[in-house]
Design a protein around this ligand. Sequence first.
Ligand SMILES: [Mg+2]
Length: 352
Amino acid sequence: MEQLKLKSKNQYSSTILKFKLKKKVQQNGAVYSITNSKIQSLDYQAAELRKAKSVDIIRFNDGHKHQVRYQKGQDINDENDEDAIGELKEMESLFAGSSVSSVSCIFEEDTENYYTTSVVACTVIREPEQLIDKDLMNLLHYIKSLPVPEEADLKDKLVEFGDFTRHKTLIWDMDETLIHTQLLMPDQETAHNCDFTITLKSGTRFGVAIRPYTMKCLEHLSQFYEMAIFTAADQEYADLILDQLDQPRTLFPHRMYRQHCVKVEDAYVKDLRIIVDRDLEDMVIVDNSILSFAFQLTNGIPICAFYSINKNQDQEMLYLIVYLEEVYYQHKDVREANKTTFKLQDLINSMT
Ligand SMILES: [Mg+2]
């Protein structure tokens, strides 16, 4: 395999890096995204390629991206990409004894406007556990140390959702999950990337950026799920934002605020048991902090925090749609899907 020229780490372009992040999120779910860490599993050794089960070929042709995935032992069905087939056939020998995930390969255009066969970047994506960083483990250790409240401790926080409108309930965190706000200075009209502004009774103003694809995602998922907001923010602040996103209250008929959270040391935990007329097997909560669903880890779907600075690149909502549809159609108990996908409960159970 003479053409295999693996570049060193410092030759990665940001485009390639972005691609890798995206693939990681797609393949390993939010276990990676919540760690928000640098890529830990980069390896440029040909030996690693041999462990791969699949390879993604990305080509850039006149600005258009063309992608082919090749699974070891499978035929490529893309007749329009004979070059890729040829190259991949050559690579096949590298795939003996595969045991791990996938490899991403990006082929670069050469100066004569056709593609080289060099692998310019490869990412060996290992098992999700290997993508987990220290911060996540520390957070899980902390969560494990927290005393789970008795049901009696929740009695002043209980809410009822009333009649069922759907079979399952999807609960959303607000800040850094659906939106990001920036405090505005008195002389500041608005802030970069903001979609609207809100003003508290105190006169304090915030610019609010809506996460990309959020409204489309919410509208789509509301066909399947009954939806609610559960924010650790003050009600006045949250309602000003939610009234802009959802007025009249069609997307989120139910809103829960800071006063519904359980205060544990400095954290506000969203204990889903306060929703008295829904079963835990039917509820999922999407939150950028796993601490928010510390007492029901398997009900939680972690998501990367959204800050308006990365507004143009953020596609987390698109990944969520795919996952949440799968959960809806394939799982009677939503916790089973989350347990398998994010493995947070397994991790915490394995801690001594
Ligand atoms: Mg949040």
